[in-house]
Design a protein around this ligand. Structure first.
Ligand code: PNW
Length: 461
């Protein structure tokens, strides 16, 4: 209702940013035009069984050609910020060498279009689409990829930093490293845990190298940072094995990234856990100083939290390999279409915890949202009650965190459009705008109108 919208809007600080987010491979299509070459996602989508229904990003939302209308849509929805990612292989088709003028031209036009509509562009340099040629040379498990990323970042920075104020190096390095190299769920589909741990370090090193160089070259005061996906890991009980399982999950999911970024050291307990499995991080002299180059903004992507137990079904606390058990148990909450439990207080707990353990770092929610299976009516409108309620509860959770001292500067909904949801293909819909993939017609859902009203209430409160 209008009253609760006004109440919620009133709880958010002045200057709070409202926006929407997307990523290149999920929406652009046009994968073989203007010199773009394949990324690891183009390749992965061709692996039988890798992606739901054999879906791929060849066409996606045709954003590459429909960009001006999509920017007009963002404007119509009253959003002041648009976070998008740059496709590495459009800008630098071989993952090394000079800029591809036809490729960077798209982002040049996008930035101009956004500015003409009064929308702040927010660039994410890497949202998972590594050039296939760099994967063939070893990918993120090899150190050279970090240097290649920094070089690529500077090509984009040199082209757009005259007009773009806010920069994110990496989106969710946990997903790149673990889903990509350990669990095989994302490109490049590897299942090699030690390689994934090396990937973590080289992703963070790439972030640090790029951040140092962008800072050095910044033409004015810019906001540079990284985006992490994180969650609260709750122990299933006070029993030591459950608390230990939650500690391990939090270590691998959050502290392995936050500690080196903010404190310049990897967490000792996580290092020890990895060592017990015979795994080490390939750290060289000076790396941690580079990785902890100060950032201006920490992006947080939040979707769900989980509860962990250290007991197997049979009650034992070690697995067949002699390693401690760690598995999730349900919190018994309603779930989204992703089967992710809806846990708004996990969002509050996460944000308050980060603000206490890593003080002085402004945060922006760079993604938050949900997939639901709602059908459109005959006109294409989707009355997405579940997604709207998800936004309400999670924005309330953000307001709760702010009340408890967290410095949160804005909220970007995931996502502007229904899009290519990675291994789930087009089956899962996160958009606040419905996309009819037969006609490419865009229709704002109820949740989009809700966010528009909320942002409006906030501006005029
Ligand atoms: C994020 N997990 O991915 C990405 O940044 C988006 O591109 C994506 O569309 C969105 O969330 C929805 O999935 C995640 O398994 C993928 O915890 C997986 C996880 C978290 C985030």
């Amino acid at each position: 209702t209008t009253t609760s919208e006004a109440d919620l809007a009133a709880r958010l600080p002045s200057g709070f940013r409202w926006g929407v987010a997307t990523s290149a491979y999920q929406i652009e299509g046009a994968v073989d035009v203007d010199g773009r070459t394949p990324s690891i996602w183009d390749t992965f989508c061709r692996v039988p069984g890798a992606v739901h229904a054999g879906d791929h990003g060849d066409v996606a939302c045709e954003h590459y050609t429909r960009m001006p209308a999509d920017v007009a849509l963002i404007k119509d929805l009253g959003m002041d910020t648009y976070r998008f990612s740059v496709s590495w292989t459009r800008v630098q088709p071989h993952g090394r060498g000079g800029v591809n003028p036809a490729g960077i031209a798209f982002y040049d036009r996008l930035v101009d279009e956004l500015l003409a509509q009064g929308i702040d562009p927010w660039v994410t340099l890497y949202h998972w689409d590594l050039p296939q040629e760099l994967e063939d040379a070893g990918g993120w498990p090899v150190r050279d990829t970090a240097y290649r990323f920094a070089d690529y970042s500077m090509l984009v920075f040199d082209a757009l930093s005259d007009r773009v104020d806010t920069w994110t190096t990496l989106n969710e390095p946990w997903c790149s490293a673990m889903l990509g190299y350990a669990y095989g769920a994302h490109a490049p589909g590897k299942r090699d845990y030690p390689a994934a741990v090396s990937a973590v370090h080289h992703l963070l090193l790439g972030h640090g190298l790029a951040t140092e160089r962008m800072r050095e070259a910044a033409p004015r005061k810019l906001d540079i940072g990284i985006t992490l996906n994180a969650a609260t890991a709750y122990p299933a009980s006070d029993a030591a094995p459950d608390r230990e399982a939650a500690r391990r999950a939090d270590g691998m999911g959050a502290r392995l990234y936050l500690d080196p970024l903010v404190h310049g050291r990897y967490p000792a307990d996580v290092i020890a856990d990895l060592a017990s499995e015979g795994i080490s991080l390939p750290v060289e002299d000076g790396d941690l100083a580079t990785i902890s180059t100060p950032i201006d903004v920490l992006g947080i992507n939040y979707y769900f939290s989980q509860k962990f137990t250290g007991y197997a079904e049979d009650g034992s606390t070690v697995d067949a390999a002699g390693l401690p058990v760690s598995r999730t148990v349900p919190l018994d909450r309603p779930r989204t279409a992703m089967d992710w439990e809806i846990v708004p207080e996990g969002f509050t707990d996460l944000l308050v915890r980060i603000s206490k353990d890593y003080p002085g770092l402004p945060m922006v929610i760079t993604e938050n949202g949900s997939a639901f299976d709602d059908e459109p009516d005959a006109s294409g409108f989707v009355a997405d009650e579940g997604r709207t309620a998800y936004f309400t509860s999670h924005l309330s959770a953000v307001a709760d965190a702010i009340d408890q001292g967290a410095d949160i500067r804005g909220y970007l909904a995931w996502s502007l459009l229904d899009n290519f949801e990675w291994a789930y293909g087009y089956e899962k819909r996160f958009g606040i705008v419905r996309v009819d993939y037969d006609t490419q017609k865009r229709t704002p859902k109820q949740s989009a109108l809700y966010l528009r009203d909320l942002a409006q209430q906030h501006r005029t409160r």
